[in-house]
Structures are given as C-alpha cells and as structure tokens.
Ligand binder design. Structure first.
Ligand code: NAD
Length: 320
C-alpha cells in the first residue's frame, strides 16, 4: 500500500512515518507545508529510505494535494495547526488549515477513490469533564479555537462518509509525548528548560488534568484504525496516565535533577479546560492497548532531549 501522510514532518506524523517503515511493507508519501512546526530534521534518519518520498505543500492547495495524492491508496491526515496557545492569539490559521484543509484532503480523497482516510483528532473536541471519561458518542463541546477547529474537521470528514461514501475513520487521542515534539509543548518545553537550568512556567494552580499517551502507542492505534477500523467510526485513544500538570512537572524536575524552586506559576491560559479524559474501550476491542509504562517512557523521553540538543536548540533559538 502507498500511504499519503499529511503533516508527516510534524511530531506525531514523523513518528508515524518511522513506525510504518519499521512495522509494514508500505510506502509513504509525506505531504507537509513545513510551517514553524514542520521540520525535515524530524525525518532525517529516514531520508535515504527509498520507501519514503517528501513533497512540500499546503493541504489547502487543491492542485498540490491532488498531484501529490495521485497513485496513493489511503490517507492518514495529521496536518494541522496544533498549539492551543497560538489558537488563542491567532485563530484564523487554525480554521483555515484544520477545517478548509481537511475539506480539501477529503474531497481529493473522494475524487481519487482512496481506500481509507484516517482523520487524526484529539480528546480536546469533547471539552472538559470533572469526573468519568468521554465515550465516542458524547456531544462535542470544544472550548478553544484549536479544539473547535478540530471538531469542525472531524465533522467535515465524517460528512464525506455519509454524503459520498468516502471510507473515513477518526481517532481522538489524549496528549502525546515522545521524541521530535516541538519545544513549545509542555513536556519538551519544560524538559529543555530544566536541562538548561531555566525555570518552567506552570499555568494557574497547576491542577489541570491531562492523560498522557506515548506517541508510539498512538501511532500503533492510528495504524490499527487505518487497517481495521470501521468506516464512519470514531475511536478514542488514551494512555491511561492521568496526571495534574503539577505532578507531571514534579516528575520532570526529578528526571532533570532540579527542585521545585524551578517552577514559576504564571497566569492561567484563557478558557483553560480543567480535565480531559476519554474512554478507549472501543479501540481496545480492535486489539489496541497502550504498551508503555509512563515512568519509564518519561525517563526515555527526557534522555532523548538530553542527547539530541542538535534537534531542539535551533527550534528554541528560532522562537526567541
Ligand atoms: P505538529 O504541530 O507537531 O505538526 C503539524 C504538522 O502539520 C507540521 O509538520 C506542519 O508543518 C504541518 N502543517 C501545518 N499546516 C499545514 C498545512 N496548511 N498544510 C500542510 N501541512 C501543514 O502537530 P502534532 O502534535 O504532530 O499533531 C498532529 C495531529 O495530531 C494534529 O492533527 C493534532 O490535532 C493531532 N493531535 C495531537 C496531539 C498531541 O498531543 N500532539 C494529541 C491529539 C491529537
């Protein structure tokens, strides 16, 4: 099979490309605009693999998408604006890429008769929940421009299934972590700050709760949905590791050999959702379960950032 992977130069996308090349015989066409979040260095170790091709392009460009997707069999759609904080100061790019881009990807997939389109989404589309966990049937109550644009993208993709019979499935995972995550996101930001002897900015009271899923586990889930998911269905993906941001920070402090004086509390994010939690029972019936122990996976991740300054130092410099 030849896979068309949008956003394959981003964090999860590049890990997914690596996962596919290691675990399957499939070929991959990466299609990525290389925004500030996309980085050819994320794929550097795969550059010489003849099974991977890279095409720079925007998912909103119909002709570009059509030309690049031609000859492929299935689509895994990661490309998105993905940072909640950026969506608060500049929502337009989020609606454009996440909604318009998903429409172009689905419409092109329909015209080219792709065998499957996996829309990669997020637990954030359900909004915040105080107790219990959201099932796939729960209503969508996104509360940031990011999560609203992802909810819109999910509905657009699912509408292509209903209206045109396009084979579509949606995955909604909790927060991912692992190698090649842009240092604007919590775990790489805090880790790289601590490695450099800098403090870490913790929002509000630090008691917001997130579930953490290692990126390899999410890649396995996405790939399973690609190959065995039911058309028109949604699959939640959860690591089973709910932590307050404060507790997560404490663990990162310990792994980096720093104490709590390295935390500085900052004003809370606008509209900051208190807790995300999704129930992954449905995908577990397909045979998926998270395989990574959080403590060990966090330690390995911190070590990766410790050993790969070449990768993140230029990104942090570019951000200042
Ligand atoms: P990322 O920001 O690291 O990567 C996004 C990629 O998309 C980048 O390579 C970027 O260049 C590319 N891109 C952006 N706009 C584009 C456009 N207009 N055309 C083509 N390419 C474009 O994001 P990520 O963390 O890897 O997330 C990937 C997907 O997974 C997103 O759809 C996100 O909503 C979803 N998701 C992420 C998480 C997480 O914890 N990171 C959790 C759940 C779901």
């Amino acid at each position: 099979m030849r896979l068309f992977v949008t956003g394959g130069a981003g964090f999860i996308g590049s890990n997914y490309v690596r996962w596919v090349l290691a675990h399957t015989d499939d070929d991959v066409v990466v299609y990525d605009a290389l925004t500030y979040a996309g980085n050819r260095d994320n794929l550097r170790d795969l550059e010489d693999d003849p099974r991977m091709a890279f095409i720079q392009g925007d998912v909103c460009d119909r002709d570009g998408v059509a030309e690049a997707m031609a000859g492929c069999d299935a689509v895994v759609h990661f490309a998105a604006e993905s940072h909640v904080d950026r969506s608060i100061v500049g929502p337009d790019a989020f609606v454009r890429t996440n909604c318009d881009g998903t429409n172009v990807v689905c419409d092109t997939a329909r015209l080219l008769e792709m065998g499957m389109v996996v829309q990669v989404s997020t637990d954030e589309v359900y909004g915040s929940i105080d107790e219990g966990s959201f099932a796939e049937t729960n209503r969508l109550e996104p509360r940031s421009p990011y999560s609203a644009s992802k909810a819109g993208a999910d509905l657009i993709a699912l509408a292509y299934r209903e209206t045109f019979g396009l084979p579509v499935a949606v995955t909604r995972s909790s927060n991912n972590f692992g190698p090649y995550q842009h240092p604007e996101k919590l775990i790489p930001l805090f880790t790289t700050n601590l490695l450099d002897g800098l403090t870490v900015p913790l929002y509000g009271d630090g008691l917001n709760v997130r579930d953490w899923c290692h990126v390899d586990d999410n890649c396995a889930a996405i790939d399973l949905v690609l190959r065995q998911g039911q058309h028109g269905e949604i699959y939640n993906v959860a690591g089973g590791n709910e932590l307050t941001n404060r507790e997560l920070t404490r663990r990162l402090l310990a792994l980096c050999g720093r104490d709590e004086s390295f935390i500085h509390y900052v004003d809370d994010r606008l509209g900051h959702d208190r807790r995300y939690s999704v129930d992954a029972a449905k995908i577990s019936k397909l045979g998926w379960s998270p395989s990574r122990d959080l403590e060990e996976a966090l330690a390995v991740t911190v070590d990766w950032y410790r050993e790969n300054r070449w990768w993140w130092e230029p990104l942090k410099k570019a951000a200042t």
